[in-house]
Design a protein around this ligand. Structure first.
Ligand SMILES: Cc1ncc(COP(=O)(O)O)c(C=O)c1O
Length: 402
């Protein structure tokens, strides 16, 4: 049993950081008005909301971008994909289109694609290599084929850094290939923000999804960021009603959440370089520790070209969920990283797409590092995990001593 619990599931969610807690507390005390009201309290809330919006655009270095507050990553993915494609359906010259994703998207993206009208949209998942990187050849081939047909590619939605293994995508190359065909790029940047460089303009991202709870901000708030150069009035709202968020997302916004979220975004961007170096060092030490003490490891995340917080590894001879439960009892929180979705025991599509065998997928565990983790924890983690793996291998009758 470790003396103090060690949390290694920051890809699932993060605790609220102190600076954000201060904003939440102050906001709840001082700002309660409805930003649609025209009296003092309403105007105060509206100012706070607009300042939060401006702070996010500024932090992402897209001061002219449109920031639409939503309930989080899932809703932003839906608004970015369905909202922009459904707006295209309304154009006079619309005769159907194609939408591309990859084989390693978050379920929220697949959920949005599934909601599209199949008589209007064809969807296609781009293949990835064994590290989880989208194969550009596949994209090029698809764009070429589409350019000679009457059904053009309208949009691709690509996860910036994957939530299971962390693989970072060649977004700049993807954007320039898409833009050459007048197609847009939506990026789910939920796991990328604060973990890996994310410069919307430089990368050519048209629509960006972000969420508060993965960056030490509140749960239940996120945003879709729309690059001003690409899209202005081309999004169809999913929620209709009071016309809030410029008519793009009805419902009284959570002003205090937006204030706290904007502070979390500002700090995540400001600290990204330093925090990434620190977490990369922890990941390296952790990985070396495991490699020095155990055989039969298959790493699904690399150190280079990967979000700095994730180590996803298969331990031959055991079940990932058995190790996860064992470690939980010893005071260490990890995840099987969607290795096996609870309903129906379906194997991770991400790992399958990366060419991993079913046994390897079932033997996988996701360790995701964050602010609460320190270098002093690494030897404790390595020792506890090595003992746990050997214990479980022994129970399973796995041949070797390590
Ligand atoms: C890559 C990615 N996209 C979207 C989401 C969904 O975000 P939210 O929980 O804010 O709806 C998550 C959260 O697990 C994620 O990791």
């Amino acid at each position: 049993m470790v003396e103090k619990r060690i949390y290694l599931d920051h890809a699932a969610t993060t605790p609220i950081r102190e600076e954000v807690a201060v904003v939440l507390e102050r906001g709840h005390r001082e700002v309660f008005g409805n930003p649609s009201s025209t009296h003092f309290e309403g105007l105060r809330a509206r100012d706070a909301l607009e300042n939060a919006r401006a702070q996010i655009a500024e932090a992402l270095r897209v001061p002219g971008a449109q920031v639409i507050f939503t309930s989080g990553g899932t809703e932003s993915d839906h608004l970015g994909i369905r909202g922009s494609l459904e707006a295209m359906e309304g154009r006079e010259d619309f005769k159907g289109g194609r939408v591309l994703t990859s084989q390693i998207e978050h379920p929220a993206v697949y959920g949005a694609i599934d909601k599209l009208d199949p008589t209007k949209w064809q969807s296609h998942q781009l293949a990835v290599d064994s590290t989880g990187r989208v194969l550009l050849d596949g994209l090029e081939a698809h764009l070429e084929e589409a350019s000679t047909s009457s059904i053009p590619v309208a949009l691709a939605s690509i996860i910036g850094c994957n939530n299971e293994v962390g693989a970072a995508q060649p977004l700049k190359e993807i954007a320039s290939l898409l833009h050459a065909e007048n197609a847009w790029l939506h990026v789910d940047g939920v796991q990328q923000l604060g973990k890996y460089p994310l410069d919307m303009k430089q990368l050519g991202i048209d629509l960006l999804t972000i969420t508060g709870h993965k960056i030490y901000g509140p749960k239940g708030i996120g945003a879709l960021v729309v690059n001003e150069e690409t899209l202005t009035d081309s999004i169809e709202p999913l929620l209709l009603g009071g016309g809030q968020e410029g008519g793009l997302r009805a419902g009284t916004p959570w002003v205090v959440g937006a204030m706290a979220f904007s502070e979390a975004v500002r700090l995540a961007v400001e600290e990204q370089g330093r925090e990434s170096s620190r977490l990369n060092r922890l990941r390296r030490l952790f990985r070396e520790g495991l490699e020095a003490n155990l055989k039969g490891l298959e790493f699904n995340s690399s150190i280079e070209g990967c979000a700095c917080h994730l180590v996803h590894v298969a331990f031959e001879g055991i079940r990932g969920n058995a190790l996860q439960e064992h470690l939980d009892q010893l005071g260490i929180s990890v995840s099987t990283g969607s290795a096996c979705h609870s309903e129906g025991g379906k194997l991770s599509q991400v790992l399958e797409a990366m060419g991993r065998s079913a046994d390897s997928i079932r033997a996988s565990v996701r360790f995701s590092f964050g602010k609460s983790n320190t270098e002093e924890q690494i030897p404790i983690l390595v020792e506890t995990i090595v003992k746990g793996v050997l214990y479980l291998r022994n129970l399973a009758g796995y041949g070797e001593s390590n």
